[in-house]
Design a protein around this ligand. Sequence first.
Ligand code: NCD
Ligand code: ZN
Ligand code: ZN
Length: 412
Amino acid sequence: MDLLIKNALINNRNQNLLIHKGLIEYIGTETPAAREVFDAGGLLLIPAVIDPHTHIRDLGQAEKEDWLSASKAARKGGVAVVFDMPNTKPPTIDLQTLELKRQAAKKATVHARFNIAATAHNYDKVQEILKTKPADVTALKIFFAGSNDKEFLTDKDLIKKYFELSLKYDIPVMIHTEWQPCVEKHQKLFEHPTIFDHNKIRHPECALKGTEIAAQIAAETGNKVVIAHTSVAGELEIIKSYKKKARLYCEVTPHHLFLNKEILEKAGNFGKVNPPLRSKKDNEALWQGIMDGTVDYIGTDHAPHTLEEKLGPYPSAPSGFPGLETNLRLLLNEVYKENLDLERLIELTSSKAAEIFGLEGFGKIKEGAVAALTLIDPEKKWKIKAEDFETKAKYSPYEGMQGYGDVVKIFI
Ligand code: NCD
Ligand code: ZN
Ligand code: ZN
C-alpha cells in the first residue's frame, strides 16, 4: 500500500516522503498521490533504530518475552530491526534450532535477524548453518564467560577457528568479552556477595582481559569482530589502538553510558547486569568514545527476566533488564541538551550497524532505501515508568528518570 508522509523534517528540510511496497519511492517537496496520507506536523523523521543486541526469549522462556511483546516494545522505542541473541531455550546452535526461531519470529511486527551461538561444542553446526548462506543470520556470538548460564568458550585455538570461519563467510563475530577464569578468580573472594559486589566479582580487569584477547586474534585473522557491551574505560583504549590493525568494532549499551554502580542503592537487582554497571569514570570514557568515534554503535542488550526472579536474592537474581523502550529516549534527551548531534545519534542507532552487519537498504533515508522510519518529537517530555512498558519485564533501573525527545510513531 502507498503511504505518503507529508510535512516531515527529513535531512534538515521540510519534505514529503512516499512509501511504496516497503521502500522509499520519493522524497521531496511535491505531493504524489497515495492511498493513505499521514501528516507529520513538521516533526522529525529519522531512520528507525537497528538493535543488534536483544534477547527475545520466545519458545522456552516466553514468560519473560515473546516476539509479540518484544515487537511492541521495539516499536514503542522506535526500533525496526532486532537481532535476537542465541542464549535462549533452546539455544540457537544449529539449523534445527535456527528454524524453530524463524517459525516463532513469524509473529514479529519488526524485522527479525538472528545471531548464532559459537560455543565449545558446535563448530561443525555453525559451519553447516553458514554454508546455507542464510540472509537472516547477522553474526556469530561467543561468550568468553558464562552470563546467566554456564556456556563459555576460552579455548583460543577454537576462538581463532571461529574467527577464520567468520572471515570466510564474511559474517561478524560478536563477543561477550568478560573472561571466565578471571571472573572465577574474583568470585572466590566473596562468600556472601551482595549486589554491591557484582562489579568486583565480574571485575573490570576481566572485561579488559577478554577484549585484549579478542582484539589480538582479530588482528591476526582479519575478520570483523564486535566487542559487545563495552563497559570499561581501558577497553576503549584497547579498541582504539587495535582499530588501526584489525576490523574491530565497539558496541556500547545505553546503561553503561547513562548508569553506574551508584544507582544500585536505589535499583538493587534491577540494576544487575553483565558486564556490571561500572563507575562514573567509565561513563565518561564511553561518552568520550562516542565523541571521538571509537564507539561504533549502540546495542540495547534488552535482556528481560521475570519480576519475581529479579526480586529474589542477589546470587539467584538473573542479570539483565529491558532496554528497547528507554534507549532512544535517553539518547534524544542528549540531543535536546545539545550534548549529542542528531547526525551522530543516527550513526550510532542505525546507519553504522547497517554497515557493519550488511543490512542493505537500512539505516538511511533516501529514495530506494527500506522504509523503516521513526517519527520523533524532539521536545516531547517523557518520564520512565516501567509499569507502562510493552515488554513483559516491567521494571527498570531508570525508573522515574525524565527528559525530552520521544518517539511519536514508527513506519515499518
Ligand atoms: C544477558 C541475558 O540475560 O541474556 N544478560 C545480561 O546481563 N546482559 C546475557 C548477556 O548478554 O550477557
Ligand atoms: Zn553479554
Ligand atoms: Zn546480551
